[in-house]
Structure formats: structure tokens, C-alpha cells
Design a protein around this ligand. Structure first.
Ligand code: NAD
Length: 259
């Protein structure tokens, strides 16, 4: 009997993969033998080579590509380079995001536009650039937030607007891309311990996270791997009939009644 051909490894593109949830996801894909394109923002202080090292240590193959999701041409290049390197794209995760504190009186047009360009339009650009390479059975996931996705958050109207907008993008593209067999979903993380949430100026900071954790039914904030595993599921064959949905990953934070 002729030996059947070895199935070609699948390929994932992740933006913002030098740190936090993106890095944890790159490693999860590597463990699943999915090749990973590690999108990395040049201004990020974290070393994308460390993500690559962890991907390779997990037995995977990775490619680091610099990309600023505010620039459509760079995002086009990310998708093209991913396809050139590995010959296919199966999973796309629009994870890149920034968080800034800005009370309404200080919320300039520039701050608003910059936030939306990364956290909302950046998601659309990532999906738009990668979609032409995707085939039947592929999947895209955007990273929203309980801030905007579920709750309001004082001093963060621009972030919340972007993260709420992401859900509309995913629902609409889920319908639009269904005929091509492409699924589109969102994850809504709660409080996850990453560089973003550990920033005491724009977010809660380490002490704020520790305190907030005591009010979460699970008794603590989440770890990046706990979001990465859910994104893995949403982009896997096990979620093949799930599209246009949002999955909250928050240790029970939003369902707890507060008197
Ligand atoms: P993080 O800061 O480690 O990751 C964000 C990544 O986005 C970084 O790698 C950064 O370099 C990248 N990035 C920033 N600007 C970019 C740009 N212009 N172009 C390309 N990449 C850019 O923090 P994280 O918590 O892992 O964040 C990942 C995602 O999760 C973000 O979208 C964030 O808003 C979302 N999120 C985080 C939490 C949390 O509690 N940590 C909660 C809800 C949602």
C-alpha cells in the first residue's frame, strides 16, 4: 500500500506576539505543531526572539515579522511574508492592542484616533490582509476585552469603544466569510496578568491586579496561557461550527452579583 503523504503543517499569524497573551498563544500553537508567524511591534520593549526561542523549545517553527497594525501596507506585508515562508495561512489572531488612561476632558482627537487605529482598525486590517490567503476550515479570532465588550471603564472610553467595535467586526465578518468556510470569533479576556495590565499608570498595576483578584470568583486574575488555550480552541477543528461568537475568559468576574 502506498504511504499517504504527510499532512502539511498548519500556519498561524498572531499580531502583538512579543509578549503577554500573544506570546503564550505562539507557544500553544507550537505545541500543537502549528507554524507561527510572530507579528511584533518595533516599539515594543519585549524581545520577539524570546517568543521564537520558546516556540522552538516547544518543538515548533516560527518566523518573526515586524508590523505596526496602524499601517495597512505593513499588515499586507505581514500576510504576504507569512504565506511566502510557509505556503499557507490557517489561523489569524488579531491580538495587538494598547491601553491608555484618558479622562474625557483629556481625550484628544489624536489619542482617540491612535487607540482606534491599533485596537479596532488594526483588527480589521489584520483580517483584511490575511483573508485572501485563507481557505475552507480556517479561522480568525480578535481579542476584545470586558472593558467595552461587557463593561464600561472610567477614563478608558476610547479603549472600550475599540473593544466593543471589535465585536461588530467579528459578527459581520462571520456572516460575510461563512460561504468561504472561514470562521470569525472573539475572545473577551477579563483581568489577565500581562505587561499591559501590569502598567500602574494606564491599567491596574501589580497591586491593583492582586486586589482585584480577591473579588473574582476564581480568586485570582488570569494568566496569558488561560486565554491562549481558549483562542486555540476557537481556531481548532473542535470549534468548527462556532462562528460570530464571543467567549469571555474571566474566572467568573462578570457573572458575580455585587450588591
Ligand atoms: P501586551 O502589552 O503584552 O500585548 C499587546 C501587544 O500588542 C504587545 O506585544 C505590543 O507590542 C502589541 N502592539 C502594540 N501596539 C501595536 C501596534 N501599533 N502594532 C502591532 N502591535 C502592537 O498585553 P496583553 O494583555 O497580552 O494584550 C493582548 C491583547 O489582550 C490586547 O489586545 C489587549 O487589549 C487584550 N486584553 C488584555 C487584557 C489583560 O487584562 N491583560 C484584558 C482584556 C483584553
Amino acid at each position: 500500500m502506498a504511504a499517504s503523504a504527510q499532512p502539511e503543517a498548519k500556519v498561524a499569524v498572531i499580531t502583538g506576539a512579543a509578549s503577554g497573551i500573544g506570546r503564550a498563544l505562539a507557544v500553544r500553537y507550537a505545541r500543537e505543531k502549528v507554524h507561527v508567524v510572530i507579528g511584533t511591534y518595533p516599539g515594543d520593549p519585549h524581545d520577539p526572539q524570546e517568543t521564537l526561542r520558546q516556540v522552538e523549545a516547544a518543538g515548533g517553527k516560527g518566523l518573526v515579522v515586524e508590523v505596526d497594525v496602524r499601517d495597512g501596507k505593513q499588515v499586507d506585508d505581514l500576510a504576504r511574508k507569512a504565506h511566502e515562508a510557509f505556503g499557507r495561512i490557517d489561523k489569524v489572531v488579531a491580538n495587538a492592542g494598547i491601553l491608555r488612561r484618558a479622562p474625557l476632558a483629556e481625550l484628544s482627537d489624536e489619542a482617540w484616533d491612535d487607540m482606534l487605529s491599533v485596537d479596532l482598525t488594526g483588527v480589521m486590517r489584520t483580517f483584511r490582509s490575511c483573508a485572501p490567503y485563507l481557505g475552507q476550515g480556517s479561522a480568525m479570532v480578535a481579542v476584545s476585552s470586558i472593558a467595552g465588550g461587557v463593561y464600561g471603564w472610567e477614563d478608558h472610553a476610547h479603549y472600550a469603544a475599540a473593544k466593543a467595535g471589535v465585536l461588530g467586526v467579528c459578527r459581520s465578518l462571520a456572516v460575510e466569510l461563512a460561504p468561504r468556510g472561514i470562521r470569525v470569533n472573539a475572545v473577551i479576556p477579563g483581568l489577565i496578568e500581562t505587561p499591559q495590565s501590569s502598567d500602574p499608570v494606564n491599567s491596574l498595576g501589580p497591586e491593583g491586579l492582586r486586589r482585584a483578584g480577591t473579588d473574582i470568583p476564581w480568586g485570582r486574575v488570569g494568566q496569558p496561557e488561560e486565554v491562549a488555550d481558549v483562542i486555540w480552541f476557537l481556531t481548532s477543528h473542535d470549534a468548527r461550527y462556532v462562528t460570530g461568537q464571543e467567549l469571555v475568559v474571566d474566572g467568573g468576574l462578570i457573572v458575580k452579583m455585587r450588591a
